[in-house]
Design a binder for this molecule. Structure first.
Ligand code: NAD
Ligand code: TYD
Length: 351
């Protein structure tokens, strides 16, 4: 029987890069992508692989117990890479229960399905849970998040991810499920839904619309190119020690306002606009409630123990990203039509 791996959330931003990467590097394996196709799931992210003989797409919800049982029975997955989640902090503030349902209940449902199918025969199996640095809370001006930093989530999104991390560890300690976890910093790159800062800013600059900056813009994030994250996920999947956690990041901190100025300079060049034109669109708006001040990852462990480090500089990654969005305006137009228009109106109306 052909060996199979289950990737959840593979039609989303990071998941689509992981599906593509695993299809290439796990030769001969069948890659099953289970995705509910919420507003964030988009099969256009995977047009280039949809006819691959080793690729199977299943539309379904990770909270659906019967579906998971039948998929595990049919494919007897050797491993799971779990990315499906509600992922946007602002949406978690307006609709926290959806985050509990998918991120907490959905993850526990998946843990149960793996445990039920695998039993105690787990030597070749692996349940990989993809998580975020936001579980560690908010840093002051100094310091970095290490794998030992105590959890201190502060938004409904990060609380739901922290909770799911705890359940994953509980299934390891209690039932011996062979788990591995990684916590990554902010990703950027192709195929990111334009509710997140960078694609939203690229889209708005392109259309001469205001670029909304929350508060004073002096919030810091640590940015990693999505393809480097997908490569790290492969490395952790193959070499990570069962029961362990790996932080993933680019040692690449930017305050939001500086990042957007850097983006504006690139956009002016690429669009042939006069220098400073795009920066005129920057508009300070009402802050996000409970806005975490600073995230920054210490990625020493994955570098020294597993030999991973980012492959591109931030300047290279940002330019590749801008090039991709400008070359794929149709992708952006498709995802910004319809329901997204209403979300955008609601989200920014009062700001
Ligand atoms: P995304 O929102 O772009 O994609 C999430 C995917 O999950 C979508 O395809 C969606 O349809 C699917 N999904 C949502 N609910 C589902 C359900 N109930 N059942 C099945 N599928 C469902 O998210 P992303 O940015 O690609 O993030 C992927 C994972 O990586 C998440 O677990 C997130 O917490 C984590 N992460 C993201 C970042 C980041 O910067 N984006 C950083 C670190 C970790
Ligand atoms: P985001 O991309 O939503 O990721 P996260 O909240 O998970 O870090 O936001 C990145 C940073 O940009 C964060 O500090 C919030 C800020 N931000 C804005 O200033 N304006 C915006 O319109 C958005 C979406 C985010």
């Amino acid at each position: 029987m052909q060996k199979s791996l289950l990737i959840t959330g593979g039609a989303g931003f990071i998941g689509s890069h992981v599906v593509r990467r695993f299809l290439t590097s796990f030769e001969g394996y069948r890659i099953v992508n289970l995705d509910a196709l919420t507003y964030a799931g988009n099969l256009e992210n995977l047009l280039d692989v949809e006819h691959n003989n080793n690729y199977v797409f299943v539309r379904g919800d990770i909270a659906d117990t019967a579906l998971l049982a039948s998929l595990f029975q049919e494919y007897d997955f050797e491993g799971v890479v779990h990315l499906a989640a509600e992922s946007h902090v602002d949406r978690s503030i307006t609709n926290p229960l959806e985050f509990v349902r998918t991120n907490v209940l959905g993850t526990v449902n998946l843990l149960n399905a793996a445990r039920n199918q695998w039993g105690v025969e787990t030597s070749a199996r692996r349940f990989y849970h993809v998580s975020t640095d936001e579980v560690y809370g908010s840093l002051g001006a100094e310091g970095l998040f290490t794998e030992e930093t105590p959890y201190d989530p502060r938004s409904p999104y990060s609380a739901s991810k922290a909770s799911s991390d705890h359940f994953v560890r509980a299934w390891y300690h209690t039932y011996g499920l062979p788990v591995v976890i990684s916590n990554c910093s902010n990703n950027y790159g192709a195929n990111q839904f334009p509710e997140k800062l960078l694609p939203l800013a690229i889209h708005n600059i392109q259309h001469h619309k205001p670029v909304p900056i929350y508060g004073d813009g002096r919030y810091t994030r640590d940015w990693l190119w999505v393809e480097d994250h997908a490569r790290a996920i492969e490395v952790v999947y193959r070499k990570g020690v069962i029961g362990e956690t790996y932080n993933i990041g680019g040692f690449n901190e930017w305050q939001n306002i500086d990042l957007i100025h850097a983006l504006c300079r690139i956009m002016d060049q690429k669009l042939g606009r006069p220098a400073g034109d795009s920066a005129n669109l920057i508009t300070f708006v009402k802050d996000r409630p409970g806005h975490d001040k600073r995230y920054a990852i210490d990625a020493t462990r994955i570098a020294t123990e597993l030999g991973w480090k980012p492959s591109v500089t931030f300047e290279q990654g940002l330019e590749k990203t801008v090039d991709w969005y400008l070359a794929n305006t149709q992708w952006l137009e498709h995802v910004t039509s319809g329901a997204y228009q209403q979300y955008y109106k609601d989200q920014y109306a009062s700001r």
